[in-house]
Every structure is written in C-alpha cells, then in structure tokens.
Design a protein around this ligand. Structure first.
Ligand code: DAH
Length: 358
C-alpha cells in the first residue's frame, strides 16, 4: 500500500504538472492507458488470492477514480487558459482612432457626373458612351449640320490631319454624336444620358480646350414638349437641391432640334456674388428641344412614328455654379491645393436617398 501511495502521488503530479494538452494526454496514457501503470496493476488482481484482492481492488478503483478526476480537472484548466490566451491575442481595441481621411479626393467634375447620373437614373435613364475621336457624319452631318452650315464655324473644331481618302477625323465638339451612335445601335424606346469630354479650340476665363458635357435623349411614340419640360425641371430642382427653384424655357435655335429652347434658372448677382435660387436674374444652364425629324431620318428611325426630346448641358459650368468655383481653368490645372479644397471625400457616393451633396 505504501508503494501505491507513492505511485499515486507521482502519477497525480505528472497529470497536474502537464503544461499542455499533449503532455496531459501522455501522462494519462502512462497511468490509465492499455499499458499504463494502473492498468498493469489491475491486471495483477487475477493472480492474487481472494483476501489480498479484497483489500487491493477497492484501493486500485479509488486510485483510478482519483486519476480520472485529476485528468478532467487539468483538462478544464488547460482549456480555460487556452481560451484566455486567444481572447487576449484576438481582441480589438475599439478606442483606436478611425483611419484618417484618404489623401486623394474626387474631382468636382466626377462628383457632379455622379450626382446628375443619380438624378437621371432615378427617372429611368441609362448611361451611354461614345468615342472622343469622331467623324464628320456623327459630329455634324447626322445632326443636321451640313458641310457649309455656319454652326460648324461656331464649334472651333480640332481636326486631325487629312487621311489618304480625304476624310478628316476630329475631336468631338459636343456630346450630341452619342445620340446618333445610340440611335444607330438601339431601337426606340430610348432614354439615355451621355456624360463625357468634349473639345473646342478656345481658351479664356470661361472656356477651356477640353471641357465636359452631358447629353440627354428620349425617343418614344408620344414623347412631347411637356415631358421635356417636366424632366428638366425635375432635374434642375434635384441637382441644385432647391425645391422652389425658378425656371424659364426661352426659345432658341439648334440645327438638331425643332423647336429648340434654353433653360434658365433663377439667380441673383447681388454684391458681385452669384446665388442660385435667389433674386430675380436669370442664368442659362442648358440647350434642349424636340429632336429634328431630319436627325431621325439620318439614323433610320421613322419620324412619322417616333419623336422625342434632347438636351445638352455643360458639366463644368454647373459644377462651378453649384460649388462656387470661380475660374474654369483651375479645374484642369491639377493643383493639389485646389483639389484638396474643392475635392470630395471618396466613397461619399451621391445618391438621392443619402443626399446628393451632404
Ligand atoms: N450640342 C449643343 C452644344 O454643344 C448642346 C445641345 C443643345 C444639345 C440642344 C442638345 C440639344 O441635345 O437638344 O452647344
């Protein structure tokens, strides 16, 4: 029995001293496994006489229980310690400062394109695209601007050198050729906007050789001037975020629309400062009209069945108006101080639900 006491002490010490799960398992197997010390002793019971067995057997059973208890206790302790260590290593310090605002900003032109796209998308418009390098047909002829038309001079076109076959490609002078390309490729009903770069050989405080426009085109069987008016009024109110914005349609002329109009919005120039939606002056923001049947003829859409409206607007200009940017040329100077001042936080994507410009 003295031996058993020592043995018990040693085995329990091995179990409680196990540093990890692996060591604990080794200690358990050494005592209680198939070839373990206690298992061997149990086997020895068979050789004992009845009297001896009666004293040794209960002691061995008691020892077995004690060892099992010790193993379980140690296992629980090791599990708890492991969890503790994981919790300590995986914890997040929620008091850390949030990430700093990214150094880059979104250019006001990109921001305004996103804003107006959100407004028109809400009215069911799709975004269409066309090439910056155009041919004469798409930029002029198909838009009812024939070769000797004075509108060609007004556009101050950048031409490429003449090709062998006499054709001269050009940088598109407006986004209107996207109307033509879209109508050539798609059947009505059509409802698109086409924002993009445009080019004219012109440079002063209010003109840059590269600028941005957005074109709009709606073609259907019964689209009329009332739709044009409602659509553009809705746009202007949403875009400038002024519910009671004053507006007027003024008769105008464009070769590709008949009748044509320009949309003015109410503003004030009091104190030399322009304020949209105040005062009783007017500011022109876009050209529009009912698509000229000759344009529809050029793209193979029957003008006796289909009609629609179109509009074109300078994006840089409405960006300047909305965000109080004084000089157009600064927009394209890539001056970091200007970009930091007028730029927008990336990921602040304009939506009608979230507010166009917070
Ligand atoms: N393309 C014209 C320009 O650049 C703008 C314009 C006016 C587009 C009337 C249109 C429109 O689609 O209907 O000056």
């Amino acid at each position: 029995m003295q031996d058993l006491d020592t043995l018990e002490k040693d085995m329990v010490a091995a179990i409680t001293g196990a540093a990890d799960m692996q060591a604990l398992e080794a200690a358990r197997v050494a005592a209680l496994g198939k070839k373990g010390q206690l298992t061997q002793l149990m086997r020895g019971l068979g050789q004992m006489d009845a009297e001896e067995r009666q004293t040794v057997a209960p002691r061995l059973n008691q020892l077995k229980d004690a060892l099992n208890d010790a193993v379980n206790e140690r296992r629980t302790a090791l599990n708890a310690a492991e969890l503790e260590a994981r919790l300590a290593s995986e914890k997040i310090d929620v008091t850390l400062p949030v990430r700093p605002r990214p150094a880059g900003t979104i250019h006001p032109v990109s921001q305004v394109i996103d804003e107006l796209t959100a407004v028109f998308a809400d009215m069911g418009f799709e975004v269409a695209e066309g090439p910056d390098i155009e041919d004469d047909f798409h930029n002029f002829t198909a838009l009812n601007i024939p070769p000797e038309h004075p509108a060609r001079q007004m556009h101050d076109t950048f031409y490429f050198p003449e090709k062998d076959d006499g054709e001269r490609l050009l940088l598109r002078t407006h986004t209107s050729p996207v109307q033509i390309r879209h109508m050539q490729a798609h059947k009505p009903p059509i409802r698109i906007i086409a924002p993009g770069r445009t080019y004219r050989c012109d440079s002063d405080q209010t003109h840059t050789p590269m600028f941005h426009q957005v074109e709009g085109l709606v073609i259907d069987k019964s689209t009329h001037m009332g739709h044009l008016k409602g659509c553009l009024e809705e746009f202007a109110r949403s875009f400038f975020e002024i519910e009671d914005l004053r507006m007027r349609f003024r008769p105008s002329y464009f070769p590709f629309t008949e009748p044509s109009a320009e949309l003015d919005i109410g503003c004030s120039y009091a104190g030399g400062e322009l304020r949209i939606g105040e005062g009783d002056d007017w500011l022109e923001i876009l050209g529009c009209g009912m698509v000229n049947p000759r344009v529809l003829d050029h793209v193979g859409i029957d003008p006796d069945t289909y009609q629609g409206f179109a509009f074109g607007m300078g994006i840089d200009r409405i960006a300047m108006l909305k965000y109080g940017i004084p000089d157009l040329r600064d927009m394209f100077d890539a001056d970091m101080r200007w970009l930091r001042h007028y730029g927008f936080v990336p990921l602040d994507i304009p939506t009608l639900a979230g507010g166009l410009s917070r």
